[in-house]
Design a protein around this ligand. Structure first.
Ligand code: NOJ
Length: 513
């Protein structure tokens, strides 16, 4: 594990399209992020993850990169981003960019060269079969679009051809082994992009589809892990404080592949989903037993069963990142009200590892039902403009309403930063309090031991972080446990009776030393 600064770090994810527009064109920009750095610092976040902000045709919101070294003009120019790094650093804020290693846009120069019939440096930069009617077995593929008589493999949408990191055990003549010079060239090109941004002042990367690189990989992801371990070696030698967080959601594998952090994502039915999103976006008939729904009759063991195995397995290797949400996920406010969110966040921000807060979740922004934008589909509803105040476009942009990247929440009670700053009990102020507490108490930060004391249905969930005892009751019923909890209350929501037995009022949370 390389980056020491992660021990006391809370990330803020920014979808740059929707954060703050300073030039009135209806879309967020780098200057807008710079203007809001003081807000982010005051909130208690000391690191950013910015979604892809590179030149792109935006068929997948920027995850289709056309030029890795040039920012998208709609956000500003490269110098604006360098200035953002500098301004963030002045305030003690680190910045991770989003690295998309598995695919480019179909408009990337490398891909255009790769499509040519005549052999060139980029012929093998992407995965091609060797005949126009030969399918790329086992992969999604496209034929009939290039001069070259071959089909090419996709990594995600049709606009995203897969970069070629080779096949673990090639079975077809067109599948290159992972040590083929052309495959190594792809890996070196990736390192070159990373060096470019790190030299300009970024602090590391969130890595898109980190597990997707080597094809026909085995269950342990031997091939893909070898790529990342090689990248890690470069970072250790050249940028020892650079951090990487994987979009992998398999911490035992990702953290051993050289990642500092891995996201615990909400794959339907997994442990994390049972906390706040015990539903399937496409299935409205399923009952929601999310642990943080006050009447959900949830069970924390559905989360713990998976989490504890990973936690024990990865202790000292790297960090599991818990998140409020991200740009691919329904906002937690979709099903949880602000009081439920306070409890959910109290839990997330007192867990080990490195937490991530998605912009707008600190005020409980709603998930909006919207038509798709830039390949977002259902995800679009979580990507709407930040709600700063009750002014024009909720303070997001001075542009005309029609020009906005996405519409703002039109409800009269749309939550805003300005309103919530004035209310001591607001979700925003609870988040600030929790983050400040985490920064004050080393026992709440990334490394201190996590131990479950009580996790029985119908009882409060009680756990230790270092020397602190934390109890939580997200339900609408009072509950108790025959456990002696006594000491100084460092923080509470709702109310708790301590003593030889502990009782928590409905929707309560307490941290005791
Ligand atoms: C994961 C990203 O988070 C998502 O937004 C994107 O569509 C896919 N990877 C493809 O890059």
């Amino acid at each position: 594990m390389a980056a020491t600064w992660l021990k006391d770090t809370i990330f803020y994810e920014i979808y740059p399209q929707s954060f703050y527009d300073t030039n009135g064109d209806g879309i967020g920009d780098f200057n807008g992020i710079i203007e809001k750095l003081d807000y982010i610092k005051d909130l208690g976040c000391n690191a950013l993850w910015i979604n892809p902000c590179f030149d792109s045709p935006f068929k997948d919101a920027g995850y289709d990169v056309r030029d890795y070294k040039k920012v998208a003009p709609r956000y500003g120019n490269n110098n604006d981003l360098y200035r953002l790094f500098g301004e963030a650093h002045k305030r003690g804020i680190k910045v991770l960019l989003d690295l998309v290693p598995g695919h480019t846009s179909e408009e990337h120069e490398w891909f255009k060269m790769s499509q040519k019939a005549e052999e060139n440096e980029y012929t093998n930069r992407f995965i091609w079969t060797d005949f126009c009617f030969e399918p790329a077995k086992g992969l999604n593929y496209v034929g009939g679009e290039s001069e070259r008589s071959a089909t090419y493999a996709l990594n995600f949408f049709k606009c995203q051809p897969a970069l070629n990191y080779g096949f673990l055990n090639p079975t077809e003549p067109w599948q290159l082994p992972i040590d083929h010079p052309d495959v190594i060239a792809t890996r070196e090109a990736l390192k070159d992009i990373m060096r470019f941004w790190l030299q300009h002042g970024c602090d590391g990367f969130r890595v898109d589809m980190a597990a997707s690189l080597v094809k026909n990989d085995d269950e342990k992801k031997t091939g893909t892990s070898a790529v990342w371990l090689d990248v890690r070696k470069m970072l250790d030698e050249e940028f020892p404080e650079a951090a990487m967080v994987a979009e992998w959601s398999n911490p035992p594998l990702a953290l051993r592949a050289g990642y500092d952090m891995d996201f615990y994502l909400n794959h339907p039915g997994n442990g994390y989903s049972t906390l706040m999103r015990d539903y399937f976006v496409n299935d409205k008939t399923k009952e929601d037993h999310s642990y943080f729904k006050k009447d959900g009759d949830g069970d924390i063991n559905r989360f713990l069963d998976e989490y504890l195995t990973w936690y024990e397995d990865t202790k000292g290797v790297g960090y599991i990142s818990m998140l409020t949400c991200n740009h691919d996920t329904n906002r937690p406010r979709f099903t949880l009200d602000p009081e439920e969110l306070k409890l959910a966040y109290a839990f997330l921000f007192t867990m080990p590892g490195v937490p991530f807060l998605y912009y707008g979740d600190e005020i409980g922004m709603r998930y909006l039902e919207l038509p798709t934008k830039e390949g977002g589909y259902y995800r679009t509803g979580s990507r709407t403009p930040m709600q700063w105040n009750k002014g024009k476009n909720l303070g997001f942009s001075e542009g005309c309403e029609d020009s906005l990247y996405l519409p703002v929440d039109g409800e009269a009670d749309a939550p805003t930063v300005e309103d919530q700053e004035k209310d001591p009990d607001s979700l925003l102020n609870v988040v600030k309090g929790l983050l400040a507490l985490r920064h004050r108490e080393e026992d709440l930060q990334a490394d201190a031991e996590f131990k479950v004391l009580v996790a029985e249905k119908g009882k409060p969930f009680i756990y230790k972080r270092g020397d602190l005892t934390i109890a939580i009751n997200p339900s609408d019923k009072e509950c108790s446990a025959a456990l002696s909890v006594q000491g100084e209350v460092l923080y509470s929501l709702g109310s708790a009776n301590l003593g030889s037995e502990i009782t928590l009022a409905p929707q309560s949370f307490v941290v005791v030393r």
